[in-house]
Design a protein around this ligand. Structure first.
Ligand SMILES: [Zn+2]
Length: 672
């Protein structure tokens, strides 16, 4: 019998035939798909014909079709609906897939073909997208070390292997420290804690076999404990343990590991001809250089710090009013800030939820996409991978655009968080292929399911990523949809969140699920006003972390990262009652792998653009202004086929400054 993963898919829109696929099909399908991809890459590499764009780059683009198809199904299912068999297969696959990727970039004949094309690039008659794809392929090979020879090549292999080990050890040490610590609470210590914190503390105690409730270092328990516990002594103990993760001495201490990682990254960047790791890392990013990142962060830093210092004074006055002398400490901030929030912006989350039913928020997200881009959504009755998943056909003027799958409810088989992913990406090469995009969330199920404000924002955020995938209109899969720089990829998603806060969207869609009444205007205004609360604190803890990350990777690596961290914070004038959001010994974004190393700034880089991009609609006087929406669609449809900066400038006529971000965070008054 044919493996359903490898057979032709005759389903509507060539969706994966979910009802015909069983877990036993994956391993043989991966073996066959990898073998096919290997054979094609080998044929390209050994092709006796002189290298041409078609026989090299286009052939590479089409070489992994079966692998794309099988991976698309498998990795979506292992994230959204895992089981033991899928987890085991995932562990087996990781080394096989990374070995294949290295084989390709280490293939010297293949790299020679790319180099030959690069040398003749001006005479090949390439269009703009082809020229960019050629540049991106060459850069990918160079960054993997394809041009290194002899001792340098051998050393590169060693450095990469050692970095992989150190990244894993860093994560495991952190996890060990997080698991080891807990603090028993007596019944009287629960005073002042809301029900959900008490429940979480009891559940954590039971899990650890303790006689009563405990506080652990899990963010979702310790943060609310620090927010609500009136016991200053307990807050201090918990806080000190929390910020000591990875720096407790002994076997799980991450400080020496951080130093070794920084030294090896520097060496790796220098082997590849870059001045330092930040220069190497930012080569592929929109920001381009460490100086541009630092400039942005410092422009945000000053007003954020000013706001945080003013807030600190208000919180310290509350501390003194409680009869406590002395300075506001880091373990006091969240507690007094929560009290102040209640006084200034109190609204009842429970009163809000009936206006935010899941179906109403899906309809709101679809309606905004209709008003901006003319998209229409029709429910599809097709077999999917789980009964909770739903599918829609997306069309425009009657023409097929994409299939959108929404998988919104939490379940044990789903990993945590929310994400957008593709079962199939868009491309035109080899025949137009339209995308199948999925949004996966972890909302609580209910009848009906009612969302929190954060949930609704998440839904809009992920739908913004989904639009990036669905509206893609490029030739090469390599640059399709969300295949863009990391500091650009959050622009469509963070931008889309803005439409949820548009009053007319709330008026139309945020209606009580039983009565159909719109959300009361007073509630809506309270909700929108509360969004800028405590942004001085949030901005300071984030920007401080981003600046330390950048300093670590600029110039010679520090022998003592903790001393370097202290030096950076001191020069910044870090407020005394705020610590870095992630200090070095537990800064997993930066040390567990390379994802956000010299890249923690990316969130803010995207936020500068999303705030400025939404301001374009405000300036046009209409949140759905058609001309502005058409220009925005160029960003969404171009994927990585154009330089991010050129795309943004095409949309806005200029690059953004941080003013819109500061305004969005309520920090503009503090800007000098
Ligand atoms: Zn995102």
């Amino acid at each position: 019998m044919t493996n359903p993963l490898l057979a032709d898919w005759t389903t509507p829109f060539a969706l994966p035939p979910f009802d015909a696929i069983s877990d036993a099909d994956f391993a043989p399908a991966f073996d066959a798909a990898l073998a096919a991809a290997r054979a094609r890459v080998a044929a390209i590499s050994a092709d006796p014909a002189a290298p041409s764009y078609a026989n090299t780059i286009e052939a590479l683009e089409l070489a992994e079709d079966e692998l794309d198809r099988v991976s698309g199904v498998f990795f979506n299912l292992s994230g959204a609906d895992s089981n033991d068999a899928r987890e085991a297969l995932q562990r087996d696959l990781a080394p096989k897939l990374s070995a294949f990727a290295s084989e390709v970039t280490n293939d010297r004949r293949l790299f020679a073909r790319i180099e030959a094309l690069w040398a003749q690039r001006d005479c090949l008659g390439l269009d703009a997208e082809q020229a960019r794809v050629l540049m991106l392929y060459r850069r990918m090979f160079l960054r993997a070390g394809a041009a290194l020879e002899g001792a340098a090549q051998a050393r590169m292999t060693e450095v990469k292997a050692r970095l992989a080990v150190l990244g894993t050890t860093f994560s495991q040490n952190l996890l060990a420290d997080e698991r080891a610590w807990f603090m028993d609470l007596a019944e009287a210590d629960l005073d002042g804690l809301p029900g959900f914190v008490v429940d979480a503390a009891r559940a954590a105690g039971a899990e650890r076999g303790r006689p009563g409730p405990v506080v652990t270092l899990n963010r979702s328990l310790i943060v609310p404990f620090l927010q609500f516990s009136p016991r200053r002594d307990l807050r201090e103990r918990a806080f000190r343990a929390w910020v000591a993760r990875g720096a407790n001495g002994g076997e799980t201490d991450n400080r020496a590991i951080a130093a070794e990682i920084l030294a090896l990254r520097h060496e790796r960047a220098q082997l590849l001809g870059h001045a330092d790791f930040a220069a190497w890392k930012l080569e592929t990013e929109m920001a381009g250089t460490p100086d541009r990142v630092r400039e942005l962060l410092m422009r945000v830093w000053a007003p954020a710090r000013a706001r945080a210092e003013a807030d600190a004074a208000a919180l310290e006055a509350m501390l003194h009013a409680d009869g406590i002398n002395g300075a506001l400490e880091p373990w006091d901030w969240r507690y007094y800030s929560e009290k102040r929030r209640k006084a200034l912006h109190d609204f009842d989350e429970a009163a809000l939820k009936p206006y935010l039913s899941l179906d109403a928020m899906i309809a709101a997200a679809f309606d905004c996409a209709h008003r901006l881009f003319g998209l229409e959504f029709r429910p599809l009755e097709v077999p999917l991978y789980h009964p909770d998943a739903r599918a829609w056909e997306v069309t425009r003027n009657g023409a097929h655009v994409a299939v959108f799958i929404g998988d919104y409810f939490a379940r044990a088989s789903k990993r945590s968080g929310a994400w957008m992913s593709a079962f199939r990406g868009q491309r035109k090469l080899g025949g137009e292929r339209r995308p199948i995009i999925v949004n996966v969330c972890n909302f609580a199920k209910g009848d009906p399911a009612l969302l929190s404000w954060d949930d609704a924002r998440t839904l809009f955020h992920e739908f913004g990523h989904a639009l990036h995938g669905m509206l893609s209109d490029v030739t090469h899969g390599f640059v399709s949809g969300t295949s863009v720089a990391r500091d650009f990829v959050e622009l469509p998603s963070q931008l889309y969140e803005h439409w949820l806060s548009v009053p007319q969207v709330l008026e139309t869609h945020a209606r009580h699920w039983q009565t159909g009444e719109p959300m009361p205007a007073a509630l809506r205004e309270k909700l929108l006003a509360a969004q800028t609360y405590d942004q001085g604190f949030a901005t300071v803890e984030y920007v401080a972390s981003a600046l330390v990350d950048l300093a670590f990777h600029t110039g010679a690596p520090p022998a003592d990262p903790m001393a370097k961290q202290a030096e950076v914070l001191d020069a910044l004038g870090m407020p005394r009652a705020i610590v870095m959001r992630h200090a070095t010994p537990h800064f997993a974004h930066v040390f567990s792998g390379d994802g956000y190393s010299a890249g923690y700034y990316s969130y803010m880089w995207s936020e500068v653009m999303d705030a400025d991009a939404f301001a374009a609609f405000e300036e046009a006087g209409d949140p759905f202004d058609p001309a502005t929406a058409r220009r925005l669609e160029r960003i969404l449809s171009s994927g990585g086929a154009e330089e991010a900066e050129a795309l943004y400038t095409g949309f806005r006529g200029r690059m953004p400054g941080p003013e819109a971000l500061l305004k969005g965070r309520g920090l503009l008054d503090d800007a000098a």
